[in-house]
Structure formats: C-alpha cells, structure tokens
Design a protein around this ligand. Structure first.
Ligand code: ADP
Ligand code: MG
Ligand code: ZN
Length: 503
C-alpha cells in the first residue's frame, strides 16, 4: 500500500510549528501512520509448545522448533488465532474467513529460520478503526498475526553480544493503520486507546517497558491544504508513549528542515535515540519484494467459521469506551475520575464489583481514589489485595459507626499489603471495632483521667484558652485506644473532664 486518501477532515490538524524553523516559508501538516506490535497473552508460542513468558533465563523457553533446527514442523497455536480474532473484533475489524501464512525472508541473528512466519496476502483482520474523540476516526488498514524474533543482548563490559531466543516464535498481532493521524498528540491518543482496548479484551498485557506492546511510527509532512502525502520515514520500536510523541515531533521537524533547505527526503527506516529524543538512520526502506514473501508450504490455510467468530466476539467484556460512558453518564463521574478508574482494568473491575454489591458509586470512587490507587502507586503489579466484598463490608461498618475512618484506611492498607490475614482477622487482631458499652466507657473515663494527670502543663494551656491542645490529648489517648472509640465520644469525654479539672 502506498498513498491512502484520508476520509478524515483535519479538524485537529496540527500545523507543524514554525517556532523550530524561524526561516520557514510554508506551513506543514504532519501525517502519521502507525504499525503497532502487540504480543498475545497465550501460554505458549505461535508454532511450538514453548512457554510465552517474559523474564525467564536466557534461552530457557526454546525447543528445536523455535530454534529453527532441521526436522521440525510448525503446529499452529489455536489460542493465538482466537486472541487475534478477539483483538480484531474489539477494534471493529472484519475477520478474514480463509487466512494464510507467508514467509518473510531476511537474515539477522535473532531469526533462526532465516524467515519470519507472518501474514502478507490474507491477514486475519481487515478494516476497522477507533474513534479518538473530537470527531476523529482513525482507520486500520489490517491486522496480521506473526511470530516475534529473538533478542540480541549487547554486553558492552565484555564486548560481546548474546542471543536470547525466548521471544523467538512468541505470537503477536501487528495493527497497521491508514496514514490518518495528523499530529503526535493524535498518534499517542490512538495508540493509548488501542492499548487499553487490547488490555481490556485480554488480548495483550500492554507492558510497553517489556516490549510486549511497541509502536513503529511512519511520519511525513505536506504543505497545509495539500492532499498529496509526502515521503515518509519509519521510526522503529518505540516502547513508551513519550517516545512515540518525541519521535514524531523530531521527524516532522527534520522533514520540514530538509524540504526548506532544498534537500531530498528518502524513504528510510530510523531508530529513536532515547538520550536526545532524536532519530538516526538505520537503513534505506526495503520494498516488499526485497523480502521475497511467499506462502509457507508447511502450514495449511486456516478457515474460520462464522459461529466460532461470533462466539469469540460475544465473549469480549464491556469495552473501556462503553465503561467510561457508563461511569460519566450513569454514575455522574467526571471524565478525569472515569479515566483514573479505567487506567487499570483490575481497578475498574474492582470499582464495578463494589458498586454491584450495593455501594453508592460515590462511595466506591472514594475508596478507589483514596485508598486502592494510593497503595498501588505506580507499581507494575495490578493485583488488588482487597476484594469488593471486603471493601463493601468496611464501608458498611464505617457507616454504622462500628469502625473509625482511620481504622478503615488501616485495614485496607493491611489487606493491600497481603499478609494473608482476612478482614475479620485484622479487625480482631488490631482491636479495631468501636466499643462504647458500659465497660468500654468506664475504661475511657479512667484513661482520659490518666492522660490529663500526666500532662499538667498541657491542661494549664487549655485552661488559658489554647483549644488546640485537645488534639494533643486525643492523640495521647489514641495511643491506647487505637481508634476503638468514636472521635466524637473521645473528644466529649476529654472536654467534660477538662471542664471539671481542678474544681
Ligand atoms: P510497508 O508495508 O512497506 O511498511 P505500508 O504502505 O503498508 O508500508 O505502510 C505502512 C505504514 O505507513 C502504514 O501505517 C501507513 O499508514 C503508513 N504510511 C504510508 N504512507 C505514509 C505517509 N506518506 N506518511 C505517513 N505514514 C504513511
Ligand atoms: Mg512496515
Ligand atoms: Zn519452541
């Protein structure tokens, strides 16, 4: 595919800023098309039974098949095909009924067979796209399935390079868009939405820092108002959204500079340099013919039937966009809060679980924002140690005055830390239940008396009009009480005794 016409009107068109090129004569529009690689969440590789896990010892996940040794044949992983179909359905694509496999031949040390098994002629999905808001729809060209390559590990200290084939043969989908994006901002918005859609669909874990979701950005510029796409360059392997934005912006600047200086742009493949935020040339862009694509003679064509595709589509959970609309429309949430909840699927599932158990959306949002997210911080671990059931139980206990707000927070923190203790166990062991029976109140009277007696100077300040000493007394009492008495009850008792003190 070469030049695509874009159906989009450039409502959010980004006119590449003139501030970077003071002498610039023409205003330019940036054009971006993305190729997104998403490794699939299968247990095993695409054509052999090796585990598809990240972080195993070097070459632990290998076998004669994915090492390209003689005498082995590929056996297609059904789960990978099903995840690709789910991803395609989630992105609004048409699923191809008869899909096939092709060899892309090239030599590189991380590619054991000397060819990559991919889909050139009949990719598994075509069409589709995502609405990124602001009246902008980004179209997909197609999605194809392929195997990933291994990884070279450059060991500078020892001046050697090792090859790790754990990733060789890992299934991935490559999502290829039309050149429909008109700024770095649009490209990032689109890529983020693709990532979220796939994570929610359970197709990919979206871990960019592990290279499990990575983006190639194709960038060109054209004079504003023009319809003729310019010569593009392709920046490979961007593994963070910030790098995607930086790479597109620096490429657009470089293209404009080259054109303005009367230079000639070449269609080429470039690499992103993290330290400078710029790109450098890797190689002249290959044409399809360079790869000698041809159908793989070892793997039969795959015919998919409608029933199978329909059942996969029906198994998809509610997509993040629909969830957001529900949170904003039905739960009265702000867009920002909805985005916060949706930022991790486990958090959104937790929130929905709490609401489903009868909590008010407002209460559920409060506990997610105030406690759950705070404890998760920006750790990679998406697990939430508190079940919706326990959260609702705590909310109910708080509302009934059975536990203080401070102890609710403490219980959540302890559950999040995951010592293995149950909520009931924690409440009991930490003496968290508020007790205001006769016995407890008698103990309170004695405790307050002791605290006042031990702090004559503070009592004197209170008598002299320093009302804030009350807080100090409450803190002292709570060292013993640990929240087992309502703050108001405690304060009333302290005030009452201070009134009578010395009289
Ligand atoms: P190839 O398969 O050779 O990499 P394609 O024509 O399939 O090339 O396009 C790959 C990607 O480049 C697609 O995402 C497409 O939208 C994008 N693209 C094509 N032409 C341009 C252009 N002039 N400017 C920006 N992106 C482009
Ligand atoms: Mg390409
Ligand atoms: Zn293998």
């Amino acid at each position: 595919m070469t030049a695509h016409s874009t159906a989009n009107t450039d409502t959010r068109a980004n006119v590449a800023s003139a501030t970077h090129a003071p002498a610039q004569k023409t205003a330019y529009t940036t054009v971006v098309g993305l190729e997104i690689h998403a490794e699939l969440l299968t247990n095993t590789k695409l054509f052999c039974g090796c585990p598809n896990t990240f972080g195993s010892g070097e070459n632990a996940n290998t076998c004669p098949g994915c090492l390209g040794l003689p005498g082995t044949l590929p056996a297609l992983n059904r789960a990978a095909v099903e995840l690709a179909i789910k991803g395609g359905c989630a992105l609004g694509c048409d699923i191809t009924r008869t899909t096939g496999w092709d060899r892309k031949s090239y030599f590189y040390a991380d590619l054991p067979n000397g060819y990559q098994i991919t889909q050139m002629y009949a990719p598994i999905c075509t069409g589709g796209g995502l609405d990124i808001g602001g009246g902008r729809f980004i179209r997909l060209h197609h999605i194809h399935l392929e195997e990933d390559a291994g990884k070279l590990i450059h060991d500078n200290a020892r001046n050697t390079t090792r090859i790790d084939f754990n990733r060789a043969g890992v299934p991935l989908i490559e999502i290829v868009t039309m050149p429909d994006m008109r700024s770095a901002e649009e490209a990032v918005a689109f890529a983020e939405q693709v990532r979220q859609t796939l994570v929610y669909a359970g197709v990919c874990d979206g871990r960019m820092e592990q290279g499990r979701f990575r983006v190639d950005a194709n960038v060109s510029v054209m004079p504003v108002g023009s319809e003729k796409l310019g010569v593009r360059s392709e920046v490979k392997n961007l593994n963070s959204f910030r790098f995607v934005a930086q790479a597109i912006e620096s490429e657009a600047r470089r293209h404009i500079r080259t054109i303005e200086e009367g230079g000639e742009l070449r269609q080429e493949t470039r690499r992103f340099i993290e330290s400078s935020g710029e790109t450098e040339a890797m190689r002249e862009k290959e044409d399809a013919v360079d790869y000698r694509y041809f159908p793989d003679s070892d793997i039969p064509l795959l015919t998919l039937d409608d029933g199978h595709i329909d059942s996969l589509r029906a198994s998809l959970p509610e997509p993040p966009g629909a969830r957001k609309a529900r949170y904003v429309g039905e739960h009265g949430m702000t867009e920002t809060d909805a985005d916060t909840i949706l930022s991790r699927k486990t958090v959104a599932d937790f929130y929905d679980g709490v609401v489903a158990l009868g909590a008010e959306p407002r209460e559920a949002l409060g506990i997610v924002r105030g406690e759950i997210l705070r404890h998760m911080g920006d750790t990679e671990n998406d697990a939430i140690g508190v079940s919706p059931k326990d959260a609702v139980k705590l909310l109910r206990m708080g509302a009934a005055g059975e536990i203080s707000a401070a102890n609710m927070k403490k219980a959540v923190a302890m559950l999040m830390r995951g010592s293995g203790a149950t909520l009931d166990g924690i409440v009991k062991a930490e003496n968290m239940l508020i007790r205001e029976d006769t016995e407890a109140l008698a103990a309170l009277t004695a405790l307050v008396g002791d605290v006042l007696a031990a702090n004559p100077a503070a009592v004197a300040s209170y008598k002299a009009g320093e009302a804030k000493v009350l807080g100090y007394f409450m803190g002292q009492c709570n060292k013993t009480l640990k929240g087992a008495v309502q703050p108001q009850t405690l304060q009333n008792e302290i005030k009452a005794q201070l009134e009578k003190w010395g009289t």
